[in-house]
Design a protein around this ligand. Sequence first.
Ligand SMILES: *[C@@H]1O[C@H](CO)[C@@H](O)[C@H](O)[C@H]1NC(C)=O
Length: 309
Amino acid sequence: MSLLKTLTATAFLLAMSSAIPVSLQHVHHEHEQDAPHGHHDHEKRGNTCSFPSDEGIVKLSTTHDGWAQDGACESGKFCQYACPPGKLMGQWNPKVTSYTYPGSQDGGVYCNDGELEKKIKDNDYCYDGKGTAEVNNKADGSVAFCQTVLPGSESMLIPTEVGSGSTQTLAVPGTDYWDSTASHYYINPPGVSADEGCVWGSTSNPYGNWAPYVAGFNMDDDGKTYGKIGWNPVYFEDSSPFSGDKPKFGIKMSCKNDSKCSGDSCEINPKDIGLNKVSNGANGKSDGASYCVLTASDSSDIVIEVFDT
Ligand SMILES: *[C@@H]1O[C@H](CO)[C@@H](O)[C@H](O)[C@H]1NC(C)=O
């Protein structure tokens, strides 16, 4: 059994490794250097694409123009956008098939001289994920799961807000998604809205990139869904003021159907288990942060329960 668990974890990590940067914070800093604030000043008017109203995409209230990126959608560039919960971005630069910078930034729709152009003609702007992961929010407040933009800047801008007492599907990519990458989420404390939580945070609050927990999902071609929950490595970085604070909420990952499950359900519960700990299951540490994984076969579901402690 333990070998099986190890293999499961390894397979999952292989699938996930390309989706989880060593430290999102560092990615952000690099990005800021590459695109300093103020670069928009040099834009020519009319040299941008406006946000489309009829493509079933989500206009963010947290960014400049509603795009899931810094600043306007400029001609000659790919422009990233958010899809509704459970769905995935169906557009990116088809010439970029490996996770290397800067091509890994080329997510979204292409802006060709002020006109939006789908470079992957057969795909809509958004398409349904596999539908095999869901949040069940048992906490008193709504909880914001914030998905990173990939391909793109990997900022945690794509909101899924789950009301208290509600369930909501998360986006699970199959191998048809860009470079077979997984979805990656930051999980904010209950009561924090998606507008507050799905943005770059600060050391004032454990929100956004500083949120205490992360989760990720993908599905292979055999219908196996790999789920991972863990502590956010950034929460324990030297520069983090939160590393000694026990979040007042927990998360639990389990399979909807035990007979389709490889691995044990697993819980993050700071009150009962402590900081940077997970209860059991196939687990390990990456970047100093504890995580656990499990696999649900035959397109059966993984459930993430959120609860107050
Ligand atoms: C769980 O899986 C078993 C074995 O395949 C199946 O017989 C059963 O119908 C499933 N139950 C649910 C609730 O999906």
